[in-house]
Design a protein around this ligand. Structure first.
Ligand code: ADP
Ligand code: MG
Length: 697
């Protein structure tokens, strides 16, 4: 083979394949597929076995199965929706097919006794298992039981305008080409040996089209050598792209900021408490970074209530004393306002100028706030997404602090770096209560350094959590009454309805009315996202100051709200929320010295899975453990929030299953960086292609 003449697969555009014109190529770009190599690395995320005919008797709900059966009866049913119901049977049993879209010809084609081969997913029906809209064809004779050539069918990620059969055909063509022109073995031969595969080409061909007699369990678990070989390369590519970003940051220039005890003392002197040992350790770690003349990229993880705000304030004070400005970004207005309150209390007496920049400001107020930033009249600005606006610029921004970082998108975070009038790049501190599992920390967050506040301030009493059915809501209202009589303050959180803030608000209003009627003597406030910000603020303040005793809220109070004397939390429909989110919500109580209670008031038809999830919260108050469980039950895409919105983080790798490879990824990655920088670029190109910016959060 003359390899110098043939273009590499990365140079071969998709339009070189049969069935791809300019228009379809455009559609495929939505999947980040641009060339034949991209297609080869567009790996299936699961498989179905269409190679063997299953007997009806052996089928279970959720199976994707190929069946051969005889038509028994055909009937048009007029339920909520008109449908065609076709009963078919084989020697082992009977099953119902249902079609909601059908015409007379189709209906008539199902002659009694006719043999049909069908494929589809088993779901529960009114009388046993059903398949909706199976793929089907009529056959003359049953297929022969053994087909040596049979393959499992890969299932790929799709987008609008691309179907499974169509992308499958493209991948088949790509595999053909793979046999003529293998992709570069970017990793040494010893890597293939380590994973017991012959070549990258063979591993790819296998993954796209595994023989049906493969060990299916191993394949479905992602443990096949071919998958493991690719998972390694994928984790390596993630590691490398983030290491490259880390290296790039070291080449940038930032103002050197000094942090020392003398400088912090005036702040600490005002506090009614001592910083915990963990807070002191973390501020020391931050101090070492800030002294450098290249940007800090540090993430502080600390469970809800661990006192991240104080650490942020210490870093901000130091930056201001070094002549720098600071921007603190929070995900919600309530949170931004709360931070402003704490910062004002701590830092205003020290002569520091603070300002707020949030969406609700009038145009005039915004213009004035912007002018003060550009003129360096403001030392520290605290705000929300409003800070990302293009017209927000700083004279000398030295430190960016992002609270609850998982709430922000990639582009947003990056946009803050370029807001400086000076040529210096600001230091970045990101804070999160959501722990990052080790695999992600070492690959997808490898550009960051980590600090952990692994200690809660002393004197907190653990929160007792119970899960109770909504049917007992009246009992709970009685308990709330008793709590209020004892002088306690209560949060009552209403569920988010789908994504609609309007419906959620309506829902909270109903509960509010209900509580007011049931407990006329207890002062109750309502807060939701539809309220005018000033109103929201005022009601929040009333609760914080203890004037109102019950705060009915939507999940707007989820992150960071701090009312230490509130000690009871009721969460309605907790089954609609993620575990990490519930943990965050629950973290609003248990901040003072009274024993706190959290009631998870779930719907009365809670599934087994739902029960197990809530049990995790009953059993543990450890944010790290809960986040791990959450991840286990949901998958990393959701866990990381917007960062991977609508997108799984990895194609073949799995954060837990493949964690054992991390040392090797690290070791091998370092040797590539030192010895083969061109290979590093090729690997990044192969796995990220046009998505390189996206990878860099
Ligand atoms: P989070 O880490 O969840 O953002 P906060 O910064 O809101 O937590 O702190 C929670 C509460 O603990 C606040 O009321 C804060 O003033 C208080 N706090 C912070 N550090 C200490 C400490 N060292 N000792 C006692 N209370 C503290
Ligand atoms: Mg916080």
């Amino acid at each position: 083979m003359n390899s110098s003449a043939a273009p590499s697969l990365a140079q071969l555009p998709l339009t070189a394949l049969h069935g791809v014109g300019a228009k379809f190529a455009e559609t495929l770009s939505k999947l980040d597929l641009y060339n034949v190599q991209d297609l080869l690395f567009h790996l299936p995320f699961r498989y179905v076995d269409r190679s063997r005919v299953r007997s009806i008797g052996s089928l279970r709900m959720g199976d994707m199965a190929l069946i051969e059966a005889r038509v028994l009866t055909t009937q048009v049913q007029f339920g909520r929706r008109r449908s065609l119901s076709v009963k078919v049977e084989d020697d082992s049993g009977l099953i119902n097919l249902r079609f909601f879209h059908f015409n007379a010809a189709q209906k008539n084609s199902f002659d009694q006794g006719r043999l049909v081969r069908l494929f589809g997913e088993l779901r529960p029906g009114s009388s046993g298992l059903e398949i909706y809209h199976p793929e089907f064809e009529f056959i003359d004779a049953p297929s022969s039981p053994h087909d040596e050539e049979a393959k499992l069918t890969p299932i790929y990620n799709l987008c609008d305008g691309v179907s499974q059969p169509r992308i499958r055909k493209l991948c088949e063509q790509a595999i053909e080409l793979l046999h003529l022109q293998a992709p570069d073995e970017l990793l040494g031969e010893q890597v293939n040996q380590h994973f017991a595969v012959n070549s990258l080409a063979q591993a790819l061909a296998f993954i796209h089209s595994p023989p049906a007699d493969t060990n299916q369990q191993q394949l479905f678990d992602g443990e096949h050598p071919a998958q493991q070989r690719l998972a390694f390369e994928e984790l390596l590519a993630h590691y490398l792209v983030h290491q490259r970003q880390r290296a790039a940051a070291r080449e940038e220039h930032s103002p050197s900021i000094s942090v020392n005890a003398t400088l912090l003392q005036p702040l600490l002197d005002q506090l009614p408490f001592e910083p915990t040992a963990a807070q002191k350790r973390v501020i020391n770690e931050i101090a070492k970074d800030l002294k450098q003349s290249h940007p800090m990229l540090r993430m502080v993880q600390g469970d809800v209530g661990s006192g991240k705000t104080l650490v942020a304030a210490m870093a901000a004070l130091a930056a201001v004393r070094s002549g720098q400005q600071v921007a603190l970004v929070a995900p919600t207005e309530i949170l931004a306002e709360q931070h402003l309150r704490s910062f004002k209390q701590w830092l205003e007496p020290l002569g520091i100028q603070l300002d707020l920049l949030v969406g609700k400001l009038t145009a005039k107020q915004k213009t004035s706030a912007n002018a003060k930033l550009l003129g360096h009249e403001t030392d520290i600005v605290i705000g929300t997404h409003a800070l990302f606006q293009d017209n927000v610029r700083f004279r000398s921004l030295g430190l960016v602090i992002i609270d609850e970082q998982h709430r922000f998108g990639v582009a947003q975070r990056l946009s803050l770096r370029d807001k400086n009038d000076s040529l210096l790049v600001p230091h970045q501190l990101v804070m999160t209560a959501t722990p990052i599992p080790r695999t992600l920390a070492m690959t997808s967050y490898a550009e960051l350094d980590f600090s952990i506040i692994d200690e809660l301030p002393p004197g907190r009493t653990p929160i007792q959590t119970v899960a109770i059915s909504q049917k007992r809501k009246n009992d709970i209202i009685e308990r709330v009454d008793a709590a209020v009589t004892e002088g306690r303050q209560v949060y009552w959180v209403c569920p988010l309805i789908e994504e609609s803030e309007t419906l959620s608000a309506a829902n909270a209003e109903t509960t509010y009315a209900e509580l007011k009627e049931a407990l006329p003597h207890a002062k109750c406030e309502l807060i939701h996202g539809r309220l005018k910000p000033a109103e929201k603020e005022q009601r929040m303040a009333s609760f914080k100051q203890g004037h109102s005793r019950i705060l009915v809220a939507t999940t707007v109070i989820e992150v960071g709200v701090d009312v230490p004397q509130a000690s009871v939390m009721i969460i309605e429909n907790p089954e609609r929320l993620g575990l990490a989110q519930l943990h965050q919500l629950r973290g609003r109580v248990g901040r003072g010295s009274t024993a706190s209670h959290c009631v998870l008031l779930h719907g009365d038809k809670l599934s087994q899975h739902g029960k197990q999830r809530l049990a995790v919260l009953r059993e543990s108050s450890d944010g790290f453990y809960i986040a791990e469980k959450d991840l286990e039950m949901r998958g990393p895409g959701e866990f990381l929030g917007k960062r991977q919105a609508g997108d799984m983080l990895y194609r073949v790798a799995h954060h837990e299953r493949d964690a054992h490879m991390l040392d090797l990824v690290h070791e091998y990655g370092q040797s590539l960086i030192q010895q083969q920088p061109e290979t590093v670029e090729k690997l990044i190109q192969r796995w990220f292609g046009q998505r390189q910016d996206y990878a860099l959060a």
